[in-house]
Design a protein around this ligand. Structure first.
Ligand code: 5GP
Length: 203
């Protein structure tokens, strides 16, 4: 059976990753989304089991010890991790799965799953990035400065990804990612079954 694609999307805070991933999922409803676990507090409107699994530090640490994460990382003082069972289940069932994770986590996934598709989202400019984070109104000045500093470092890691997409307009960024995934689905290695069917027919 054809395996699903493991798709990793990262990009600095304020690049609009969340919106792009949401639109992408709306456009490709057959694709699954990996719900991460985190120790950070829910933001207004966020629901447990929908946006994240909100865990205590104790529970999170226990899951690390039990090998329950594909990857995990500490981001802005909180833990974030990708629960492993759902990833395995979806990929084995031939379903694509989208991971929206930070660069530290993505680097771990690159080692563990080099067959994954790694896409880095860039803001059109640093100025635009700052405006977007400010506009969101969820950060204190200190936390904003911390996120901006981290963003500049994260952008450097983007060079290690396979694909880069500038999020100048959400619909354009989504189209570009759809194009990447379409091409990835057409890879010969993903479609050996097509050859087998034809070769069998000729016998
Ligand atoms: P936020 O707190 O804004 O939802 O997310 C902060 C950062 O954590 C974002 O860069 C987000 O992509 C990242 N993140 C979310 N889930 C995971 C995860 O499961 N693993 C890793 N490594 N990073 C994550």
């Amino acid at each position: 059976m054809k395996k699903g694609l493991l798709i990793v999307v990262s990009g600095p805070s304020g690049t609009g990753k969340g919106t792009v991933c949401k639109e992408l999922l709306a456009k490709l409803p057959e694709m699954a989304y990996s719900i991460s676990a985190t120790t950070r507090q829910p933001r207004e409107g966020e629901l447990d089991g929908v946006n994240y699994y909100f865990l205590t530090r104790e529970k999170f640490t226990q899951m690390i010890e039990e090998g329950g994460f594909l990857e995990w990382a500490e981001v802005y003082g909180n833990y974030y991790g990708t629960p492993l069972p759902m990833i395995r289940k979806k990929l084995d069932a031939g379903q694509d799965i989208l991971l929206e994770i930070d660069t530290q986590g993505a680097l771990h996934v690159m080692e563990k799953c080099p067959e994954g598709i790694f896409i880095f989202l860039l803001p059109p400019s640093i100025k635009e990035l700052e405006q977007r984070i400010r506009g969101r109104g969820t950060e204190t000045e200190e936390s904003l400065q911390r996120r901006l500093g981290a963003a500049k470092k994260e952008i450097q890691v983007g060079r290690k990804y396979q694909y880069v997409v500038v999020n100048d307009r959400v619909n354009l960024a989504v189209e570009r990612i759809v194009g990447i995934l379409e091409a990835e689905h057409r890879r010969v290695a993903q479609n050996l079954n097509l050859f087998e069917v034809l070769e069998h027919e000729g016998k």
